[in-house]
Design a binder for this molecule. Structure first.
Ligand SMILES: Cc1cc2nc3c(=O)[nH]c(=O)nc-3n(C[C@H](O)[C@H](O)[C@H](O)COP(=O)(O)OP(=O)(O)OC[C@H]3O[C@@H](n4cnc5c(N)ncnc54)[C@H](O)[C@@H]3O)c2cc1C
Length: 469
């Protein structure tokens, strides 16, 4: 395994992503120098000097690899020899169908494994600028709380609109859960625009009574406050909808819910009082985001209130909205398929700073970055996981699957993303077949079967990918 004549890969940040990247590269026989600033300089959320510290919840979410996308990515990471998953499994605590861990035991196990690896050297220092040119292969995995000096250096290199310090996430809905008997496709004033057809948005109509009930629910809804160190990141055009609703009953109707230029295709003679618009979020067309609906409402309240919108009564949310302090780059325009910065080949990004979200997702992108960098160092062909796998679908979303909106200032349409089934390509037509002996095969049964088939395909394709890698 060892081949220490190779020059090292430098990894900045020893969180979930950086630790996994270091492990994968070292296991591939490539030396690693891991630069972690904690011990010298802290962050606003971390409390220890341990590698892979979990800053909040101790849950890695669902461990069901048969019908849950998070469980599928767990399984794929285990297949790929993930250190994060091995330590999580070893330090598991009871949590029903979820994988939850003893956070201290978990972080101590990751730290020990990294420190004891013969090919990994850990240095405790803050990296305050872009990696020097002599670090020809490097990975930046400094997470949502990247230190200010490094963030500034990244911003200088990528351009001011390409690095965000806060996210402003509008909820994203699985397209097949939208009721098209109520909603219709239309762009405002039927505008065709670049790459459009005049029917680019899904529109949900509200009458006056429905609108007023919706506004009341928003105002009364339970919201999450900002932590003191986060500040209050309200910037132009990006107010949470509940804050807009509080500013005046009509504010939303003159803002993101304005009905102008839209005619209800199901009922052309009745002008909607307000309209919620959803815009395609991924190239596959399986996900649509609720335009202008960034929110700090609690998740439970969001699901309940947004299902009051006609057409979204059975909406399945791929992700709910949020607004947090979060440093991340505009990956779809900046990175190539192997996570390299296009303007500086050899420099990769990994983890939450790439625009994925969550412990597991961050570690999974670290896993890929570590493998890609190691392959490059060894002169091997970089093997990209197919988009039908959970690893590949998330990578694909970050590096190209997400649709970049030309209309929005600062290209804010790219928002952090969890792994979910909406990121996977559709099954071959005819894959979903009513099982024999079952009388009623309803929409819900079809959704469950679809997820099971996508999960099984993902694991099969992941095994093939790893065999070939
Ligand atoms: C307050 C908060 C709560 C969260 N809660 C959850 C949750 O409950 N569940 C969940 O799944 N996700 C949660 N997240 C998201 C979570 O942070 C990420 O999912 C995950 O930790 C990201 O992994 P990462 O490796 O990209 O970044 P991190 O785990 O944050 O690791 C980045 C590392 O880089 C180091 N670093 C930063 N700058 C430098 C520098 N210049 N030089 C050297 N080292 C540097 C940091 O010290 C840190 O160790 C939360 C995030 C925050 C900020």
């Amino acid at each position: 395994m060892t081949n220490s004549t190779l020059s090292p890969i430098h990894i900045i940040g020893g969180g979930l992503a950086g630790s996994e990247a270091a492990w994968q590269a070292a296991e591939a026989g490539v030396p690693v120098i891991l630069h972690e600033m904690r011990g010298v300089r802290g962050t606003d959320a971390h409390k220890t000097d341990g590698l892979a510290e979990l800053v909040c919840s101790n849950s890695f979410r669902s461990d069901d690899a048969t019908s849950n996308a998070v469980g599928v990515i767990h399984a794929e990471m285990r297949l790929a020899g993930s250190l994060i998953m091995a330590c999580a499994d070893k330090h598991q605590v009871p949590a029903g169908g979820a994988l939850a861990v003893d956070r201290d035991g978990f972080s101590e196990a990751v730290t020990a494994a990294i420190q004891q690896h013969p090919l990994i050297t850990v240095t405790r220092e803050e990296v305050t600028g872009l990696p020097p040119e002599e670090w020809d292969l490097a990975i930046i995995a400094t997470g949502p709380l990247t230190s200010p000096a490094l963030a500034e250096a990244i911003r200088e290199k990528t351009g001011k609109d390409a690095l965000a310090f806060f996210d402003a996430i509008a909820p994203i809905v699985h397209t097949d859960s939208i009721n098209m008997d109520i909603c219709w496709f239309q762009s405002r004033y039927d505008k065709v625009g670049p790459g459009g057809t005049g029917k680019d948005y899904i529109n949900c109509p509200l009458d006056e009574t429905q609108y007023n009930a919706f506004i009341d629910a928003l105002i009364e809804g339970d919201a999450v406050g900002f932590k003191e160190w986060e500040g209050t990141p309200y910037f132009d055009g990006c107010l949470p909808i509940e804050v807009m609703a509080e500013r005046g009953r009509e504010t939303l109707r003159h803002g993101p819910m304005k009905p102008m230029g839209l005619t209800n295709a199901h009922n052309p003679n009745v002008k909607p009082y307000a309209v919620v618009q959803l815009r395609q979020d991924n190239a596959l067309g399986t996900l649509y985001n609720m335009v202008g609906f960034q929110t700090k409402l609690k998740y439970g309240a969001q699901a309940e209130i947004f299902r009051m919108i006609p057409g979204l009564e059975n909406a399945e949310f791929a992700r709910l909205g949020g607004l947090h302090r979060n440093t991340y780059i505009h990956s779809p325009t900046l990175l190539d398929q192997s996570l390299q910065l296009k303007v500086r080949p050899g420099l990769r990004f990994a983890g939450q700073i790439t625009g994925c979200e969550g412990y597991v997702e961050s570690a999974s992108i670290g896993l890929l970055a570590g493998r890609f960098a190691a392959a490059q160092r060894k002169g091997e062909t970089i093997s990209i996981p197919p988009a039908t796998t959970a690893l590949g679908s998330l990578l694909n979303h970050i590096t190209g699957g997400h649709i970049v909106s030309d209309e929005e200032p600062g290209k804010r349409s790219f928002q952090p993303m969890n792994i979910n089934f909406g990121l996977f390509p559709e099954l071959e037509p005819g894959s979903i077949v009513k099982p024999e002996g079952i009388k009623r095969f309803r929409g819900k049964d079809k959704t469950i079967m679809k997820r099971q088939l996508i999960a099984a395909r993902a694991l099969e394709h992941c095994k093939t990918w790893l065999g070939a890698a």
